[in-house]
Design a protein around this ligand. Structure first.
Ligand SMILES: Nc1nc2c(ncn2[C@@H]2O[C@H](COP(=O)(O)OP(=O)(O)OP(=O)(O)O)[C@@H](O)[C@H]2O)c(=O)[nH]1
Ligand SMILES: [Mg+2]
Length: 442
């Protein structure tokens, strides 16, 4: 076991109701025994995984608190851990931490508890990164994905590929030693393994193509002619009066950006200025921004007003959205006079058609796949997977044409790329960098 570390695992804000102080390392239990007493442990030892109510006593203070002892290796870090749950507030929490330090623990570095879990084999590096993702998750789909990464579900394929490639490397090494005897057997096994590893890496990378949606959400630009009801639609989608709505054409001058979560997926809506010829100076700047939004959005909601005939401006907007992922919408269906052929009918006033629209957006975001399969969402992992895939492909294509040494070299490179995800072949500086992104106490 390593030296003993201490940190507050909860936030140290003065308004916290309770705080949890975490201690990990060889002296954890002994420290608990010297500073904490409970009627239930008098004379006896603290049993693991039990919460004891008692007292923490320092030189100048005494505090009612709970204490739990986790015995190694069945703890978060894999070492002896104690947790003290005390009243919130900087004063009391700080006093207990100081007391624990006086008894021989040192302050933990950011992420040091999780780093110890990794070093003690409780988590792979990828799983540890799932812990950071979980802390940083803001949408429900991110929480679900982080959980999958954290419990190893997402990296199962990577570990399986590692196994296949390790086997292949062993076969190739044996073949180098006994070229004649093992030729056929090795060829069959190695090729099957490489093909399977290639398939796994390809599938994972396909899922990874959805990471932008998971990490940042889907950018949706609402565009159309002035007065079509763009701001009304934005407000309806958000469930709040975010943008000004008025029957005056040219109300929205700037891009209004606001996010909403539907069934766990984040959507970033951009309400834009209506696009028309002959606008004044300020409105023109707004229209320029609308055009930029059309360029940068993942999907465009092209909104038309069915109470007025198709205008030249509307035709122009239609041509601007051509070739982009666009949902063609007819608004004001409650007062429809000039139906738009091929458009999805909605009313931002009555809410008609909105559920169907949201369904379409969720389908566009590939919600089912994001929830069903999970997404490799970390750039570091994606990069390593791409490298591994390339090496596997090279090994496959070289198999019959080049000496086994070259094939073996590619298999080893693929293994080392995958090892950067699991942590088996990763430099200390990368490990340090990853854990430095954690907060203290995690
Ligand atoms: N009847 C009816 N009126 C609507 C509907 N949606 C919006 N309106 C009205 O249409 C007018 C324009 O609505 P806005 O949401 O401000 O339109 P906009 O597209 O944002 O307009 P600009 O910002 O000027 O480009 C307002 O008077 C709305 O109340 C609808 O579905 N039906
Ligand atoms: Mg508007």
């Amino acid at each position: 076991m390593r030296d003993t570390i201490v940190a507050v695992a909860t936030s140290m804000s003065s308004s916290a109701g309770i705080n949890v102080i975490r201690v990990s390392g060889e002296r954890a239990k002994q420290i608990a025994q010297t500073i904490f007493s409970s009627k239930r442990t008098e004379g006896g030892e603290m049993e693991p995984n039990r919460m004891y109510l008692g007292k923490v006593e320092g030189k100048n203070f005494s505090e009612k608190a709970f204490c739990v002892y986790y015995k190694m290796p069945f703890s978060y870090t894999g070492e002896d851990v104690i947790e003290i749950h005390c009243h919130g507030g900087k004063g009391v929490t700080g006093a207990i931490v100081r007391l624990i330090r006086e008894k021989g623990a040192r302050p933990a570095e950011p992420g040091e508890f999780t780093k110890r879990a990794f070093l003690n084999g409780k988590l792979t590096l990828g799983e540890a990164e799932g812990v950071i993702d979980m802390i940083n998750a803001s949408s429900e789909s991110q929480v679900k994905n982080a959980y999958r990464l954290m419990n190893g579900e997402l990296t199962k394929g990577i570990e399986h590929s590692e196994k296949l490639l390790t086997e292949t490397a062993a076969m190739l090494e044996a073949k180098l030693d006994y070229p004649e005897e093992l030729e056929e057997e090795t060829r069959y096994g190695a090729k099957a393994n490489l093909a399977e590893a290639e398939r796994i890496c390809e599938d994972l990378l396909k899922g990874a193509s959805r990471r932008k949606i998971l990490n940042e959400g889907v950018d949706i630009a609402i565009v159309g002619t002035p007065n079509a009801g763009k701001s009304s639609l934005l407000n309806l989608l958000l469930g709040q009066e975010r943008a000004i709505v008025s029957d005056e054409a040219g109300t929205t001058r700037d891009v209004v950006k606001e996010s909403a979560e539907y069934e766990g997926i984040r959507f970033n809506f951009l309400d834009t200025a209506g696009i028309r010829e002959g606008a004044g100076k300020v409105e023109k700047i707004g229209i320029e921004r609308s055009l930029n939004a059309i360029e940068s959005a993942d999907i465009i909601l092209f909104l038309t007003d069915s109470t007025v005939p198709v205008s030249e401006d509307e035709r122009k907007i239609a041509s601007l959205t051509r070739g982009k992922k666009t949902v063609f919408l007819q608004n004001k269906t409650d007062e429809e006079k000039y139906p738009r052929e091929g458009a999805m009918k909605i009313s931002a006033k009555t809410g008609e058609g909105i559920d169907e629209l949201i369904g379409k957006l969720l389908a566009f975001a590939d919600r089912e796949a994001i929830y069903g399969e999970g997404v490799i969402s970390n750039e570091r992992h994606v990069y390593a997977l791409q490298e591994a895939l390339q090496c596997v492909k090279d090994a496959e294509s070289e198999y019959d044409a080049t000496p086994s040494e070259c094939v073996l070299e590619n298999v080893r490179n693929a293994l080392s790329a995958l090892g950067r995800i699991t942590g088996k072949s990763v430099s200390e500086s990368i490990v340090d960098e990853i854990f430095s992104r954690f907060c203290v106490g995690k």
